[in-house]
Structure formats: structure tokens, C-alpha cells
Ligand binder design. Structure first.
Ligand SMILES: NC(=O)c1ccc[n+]([C@@H]2O[C@H](COP(=O)([O-])OP(=O)(O)OC[C@H]3O[C@@H](n4cnc5c(N)ncnc54)[C@H](O)[C@@H]3O)[C@@H](O)[C@H]2O)c1
Length: 270
């Protein structure tokens, strides 16, 4: 059974790999034997710092590396892919983890420049550009790669006040399905993970009014009440799903699906 989840010999690029969820994916994939490359803008956390943190946590110092790549700039993605190919190896899996939300407002007050920025960040940089660059490289070389997108609970049921994030994340599921169909003849799989609620840089202030003392905002409390497991996700909750989807042996006939990892948030009822 363990060979089903053995990622030895695989090279996996994680965009937004410097973030909370990206680093959790990295940890799981390294422990399953893969070589992992983190891509980040280095704005909130320097890429080297994230690499060091994950290396220390896993002890896999020789299997993790990182580059500064802004995925919303196509030239940076192309040169990032070239560097990975030359310095680490040909990537087999792309995880589109870059993304996130900024702010919250009533619908009629939504700032349209910010709306465009969030759509761009989550869809153009967060999905389209890296997927186009990697898929065209894989098709040209005849490589059966795999893409894992990061959706959200907001992909299914809109969260109030975060209109652009809702729109972008629902499109992530749609594009996952469409791209899966289009790339299937090339043996390229496209799947997604929809995390429920995990504390990351982007949402901490929306969910906690005082994080250090564990004091939740009303929104944070509402989410916990709406989650049958009664808690936010921990990073370990995401480990199994990312390894499963990255493993050709475990999920090689699965494409176009998005798996919620949400403690039952989407099935809550009265
Ligand atoms: N935290 C949650 O509860 C949650 C839930 C569902 C989905 N998600 C999604 O998971 C992904 C990761 O979120 P997180 O909570 O780890 O947030 P995070 O802010 O900790 O990490 C996001 C990372 O993406 C990077 N990034 C953003 N734009 C980039 C760009 N153009 N180029 C390169 N890197 C870029 C940021 O620098 C950051 O390091 C996002 O797509 C987010 O929408 C998060």
C-alpha cells in the first residue's frame, strides 16, 4: 500500500508556497519523498525563510528549494520553470496555491479596482498563467503532468462581503473541470482542493480580533458554529489530500474533481 503514496522521484512546484497552506502542502509532499520547490513573491515572508522553516520541520534540507516568482507575470513564470528544470529537475506537478482575499465590504460599496486586483490575483496569477506555461511545456515534451488548484468553501457557497474572492474561487472549480477535459488527451490531470477555514496570513484578521489570546470575531464564531467538526482546520488536515492527488498511482484516473477538506462546512444543515 505505501507505494501508492510514494512520491519519490517527483518534482513539485508550489506557487504561493511561502504561505500557510502552501507550506503545509510542502511538508506533506516532502515527507512522501518528493522534491519540492516553493515559489513566492517574498512580500509577506521571504522565500528563503519559508524554505528554511519547512526544511527544519521535515529534515529534508536537500529536497526543498525556493525561488522568487510573481505568478501574475508570465515572463517570471517562464523563467521560473526554466530554473526549476535546470537546477532541480523536470516538474511533474504544479500546485496553484497563490491567492487570497483583501478586505470586505457591502456589495454596492465594493471597490472595483480592488475587485479586479483580487480576480487577477486568484485567477490570472493564481491559476491561468502557471497552468498555461506548465501545460504547454508538458504537452511539448510529452510529459503527463498534474495540476492541483486551490479552491475554497467560497467556491460553493458565497461568503458575505468578499465578492471578488467568491467569484474567483467559484471560477477555480469551473476552470479545473474545463482544463481537465481539455488536457486529458495529453495525460495531464487537473484537480482541486477546497480547504474550509484555516488560519493564514490573508484571513487571520477576519477571523480573530485577538489571535494571541484566541478571541474570535463574530465572523470567526459564525464559521465555527457552521462547521460540524466545530473547529478551524489544522495544516495536518490537508496533508493526505494533497499527497493523494499528487500521486499518479493513487489518483491517476481522477481528473476534474475538487475535494473539499472542510470539517463538514458544506454539508451543514438545520
Ligand atoms: N486559509 C484558508 O482558510 C483558506 C481557505 C480556502 C482557500 N484558501 C486558499 O489557499 C491559498 C493559500 O492561502 P493561505 O491561507 O495559505 O494564504 P497565505 O496568505 O498564507 O498564502 C498565500 C501566499 O500566496 C502568495 N502569493 C500571492 N500572490 C502571489 C503571486 N502573484 N505570486 C506568487 N505568490 C503569490 C503570498 O505571498 C502568500 O505567501 C489561497 O489561494 C487561498 O485563497 C485558503
Amino acid at each position: 500500500m505505501s507505494s501508492l503514496f510514494d512520491l519519490g522521484g517527483r518534482v513539485i512546484v508550489i506557487t504561493g508556497g511561502t504561505g500557510t497552506i502552501g507550506s503545509a502542502f510542502a511538508e506533506a509532499l516532502l515527507n512522501a519523498g518528493a522534491k519540492v520547490v516553493l515559489w513566492g513573491r517574498g512580500k509577506t515572508v521571504p522565500v528563503e525563510e519559508s524554505v528554511k522553516k519547512v526544511a527544519e520541520k521535515t529534515g529534508k534540507h536537500d529536497k526543498i528549494s525556493g525561488y522568487r516568482v510573481d505568478v501574475s507575470v508570465k515572463e517570471e513564470v517562464v523563467s521560473g520553470l526554466n530554473k526549476v528544470t535546470e537546477e532541480v529537475g523536470v516538474p511533474d506537478v504544479l500546485i496553484n496555491g497563490a491567492g487570497g482575499n483583501k478586505g470586505k465590504s457591502a456589495f454596492i460599496d465594493a471597490d472595483l479596482e480592488l475587485f479586479k486586483e483580487i480576480l487577477h490575483n486568484n485567477l490570472i496569477g493564481g491559476l491561468m498563467i502557471p497552468s498555461q506555461v506548465f501545460a504547454s511545456y508538458w504537452i511539448e515534451k510529452g510529459i503527463k503532468g498534474s495540476i492541483i488548484n486551490v479552491a475554497s468553501a467560497a467556491s460553493y457557497i458565497p461568503l458575505s462581503g468578499v465578492w471578488a474572492y467568491d467569484a474567483a474561487k467559484s471560477a477555480v472549480i469551473n476552470l479545473t473541470m474545463g482544463a481537465a477535459k481539455e488536457f486529458a488527451p495529453h495525460g495531464i490531470r487537473v484537480n482541486g482542493i477546497a480547504p474550509g477555514f484555516y488560519i493564514g496570513h490573508q484571513n487571520r484578521d477576519l477571523l480573530y480580533s485577538d489571535y494571541e489570546n484566541g478571541i474570535l470575531t463574530d465572523r470567526g464564531k459564525a464559521i465555527i458554529n457552521h462547521t460540524p467538526y466545530g473547529r478551524f482546520g489544522t495544516m495536518e488536515d490537508l496533508h493526505g489530500t494533497v499527497v493523494f492527488l499528487a500521486s499518479e498511482k493513487a489518483s491517476g484516473f481522477i481528473t476534474g474533481v475538487t475535494i473539499p477538506v472542510d470539517g463538514g462546512y458544506l454539508v451543514d444543515n438545520i
